[in-house]
Design a protein around this ligand. Structure first.
Ligand code: NDP
Ligand code: 2IT
Length: 449
């Protein structure tokens, strides 16, 4: 990894000062700035007219109160966020996260990453992110509905198919999107299908959107492995998390002949040397919204549950962190390498800490950053917007084929860009530069905005 070029250091200092305490945003900005030194050396125009400074400052940040009434008739107050980061390439686009850890710094880092990720897809979407510190865990469907309705009563005035198009993220799936869409439609008296993505198929959702992030990550890994003349066949894989991204990453790994032996949730991880039974995981997680620990009693055999602990202790050749930010640090990276890992891809956003990334890269492990590897979700959201705009609905095969092409395209541009800038195999550099250049060129063409 490069150091931050001298010319770019004041930019990071300003970010740290202006966004005091927002450590995840500082981390994400630092990583991108580390990659940009090589760009401004060759193309000084990209640092003219404060272009990089403008890209690092969100266009708009909205914070609002979300009051709702729980099942005990008590009034609850949560905080809602939407950071509209960059609209140079299209309407702001990015998910909503409902998790008690959500704060403005987390939403800002996610919106910043999203801007470059969306640029990498080559589709006309800007970057944004939102959410709330609301915790859907343990809440009844009615409580979730009342929360989502209250959240949308405020958010609706800030979004629209040409303005800002939210979708899901941690804690937000088809159930929550449905409740929010219903309230948006009522408030606007307008059937604006393209205002949200990740909708159910019954009212304008896209086939393959649910699968897209996990599938896409695995397509990206397949492209990396091909460059080393290998594939998933028979390889031991570990996937952290057991939510939307993890489940469909596991499904595609299995379809490609890999063997998934461990997955997790925030309570701990399960190991099943016979290979994870994905139908059972779906039953526990998707149908019952249960805990991954239940797998062991239901499956029997040699399956075991490890409470807490690090899933990265499980020896594997391919590791996909698909849970949350900063879930894989330096110690875990070293353990994975000692155990023979050959490829690591971020299904989650920024799950690997900077030291871990450095350790992987120094050891020659194939490493795919989230803004490239998990772009399949938002890319398929853009396909959902296309279907909504043309009042069309495509088959699963057609949609998945487009997703696969997009992922292979992202792999190609990251790889080629890294090579062009003298660091072949450095997908972090390739993704940051390629994403940045697309946003920078569009902004440059529009004057000082
Ligand atoms: P889900 O809510 O469906 O699943 C999240 C999973 O991660 C759960 O297993 C959850 O465990 C675990 N997890 C979440 N927070 C923590 C935490 N603080 N510590 C430990 N485990 C945690 O979310 P998604 O699968 O949609 O999202 C996972 C990651 O992928 C996120 O980083 C998200 O930003 C990213 N992503 C999602 C996309 C999408 O389309 N959904 C697209 C691109 C990236 P538990 O249930 O116990 O909390
Ligand atoms: O992080 C992400 O890319 C997402 N949560 C998906 C965003 C989207 O608009 O589909």
């Amino acid at each position: 990894m490069d150091h931050i070029a001298e010319k770019l250091q004041p930019i990071l200092r300003t970010i740290e000062h202006r966004n005091a305490g927002e450590v995840e945003f500082h981390q994400a900005a630092r990583e991108v700035l580390e990659s940009l030194g090589r760009v401004i050396e060759r193309h000084p125009q990209y640092s003219d007219e404060a272009l990089i400074e403008r890209i690092c400052e969100p266009e708009r940040q909205i914070i609002f109160r979300v009051p709702w009434i729980d099942d005990k008739n008590q009034v609850q107050i949560n905080r809602g966020f939407r950071v509209q980061f960059n609209s140079a390439l299209g309407p702001y686009k990015g998910g909503l996260r409902f998790h008690p850890s959500v704060n403005v710094g987390i939403i800002k880092f996610l919106g910043f990453e999203q801007t470059f990720k969306n640029a990498l897809t080559g589709m006309p979407i800007g970057g944004g992110k939102g959410g709330s510190d609301f915790d859907p865990k343990g809440k009844s469907d009615r409580e979730v509905m009342r929360f989502c309705q209250s959240f949308m009563i405020e958010l609706h005035r800030h979004i629209g198919e040409y303005v800002d198009v939210p979708a899901g993220d941690i804690g937000v799936g088809a159930r929550e999107i449905g409740f929010m869409f219903g309230m948006f439609k009522r408030l606007n008296n307008r059937y604006e299908a393209g205002v949200l993505t990740g909708k159910a198929l019954s009212y304008g959702g896209s086939r393959a959107r649910k699968e897209a992030t996990g599938f896409g990550t695995v397509y990206f890994v397949q492209s990396m492995l091909e460059r080393r003349n290998t594939g998933f066949d028979g390889k031991r894989c570990v996937v952290s998390g057991s939510g939307n991204v993890a489940i469909y990453a596991m499904e595609k790994i299995m379809a490609f002949g890999g063997k998934v032996i461990a997955c997790s949730d925030s309570g701990g991880y399960i190991v099943d040397e016979a290979g994870i039974d994905l139908d059972l995981v779906k039953q526990i997680k998707e149908t019952r919204r249960g805990r991954i620990a239940e797998y062991v009693d239901l499956k029997g055999g040699a399956a075991r549950f490890v409470k807490g602990g690090s899933i990265w202790d499980v020896p594997c050749e391919i590791a996909l962190p698909c849970a949350t930010q900063n879930e894989l640090g330096a110690a875990a990276a070293k353990t994975l390498i000692e155990n023979g890992v050959i490829a690591v891809a971020e299904g989650a956003n920024m799950p690997c800490m900077p030291q871990a990334v450095q350790i992987f890269q120094a050891a020659g492990v194939l490493f795919a950053p989230g803004k490239a590897a998990n772009a399949g979700g938002v890319a398929t959201s853009a396909l959902e917007m296309q279907q909504n705009a043309s009042r069309d609905s495509w088959s699963f095969d057609k949609t998945e084929k487009k997703l696969a092409e997009i992922m292979y395209g992202i792999h190609e541009i990251c790889h080629e860009t890294a090579e062009e800038y003298g660091a072949p195999d450095n997908y972090v550099l390739g993704a940051n530069i390629a994403g940045f250049v697309r946003v920078a060129e569009a902004m440059d063409a529009m004057g000082i905005i």
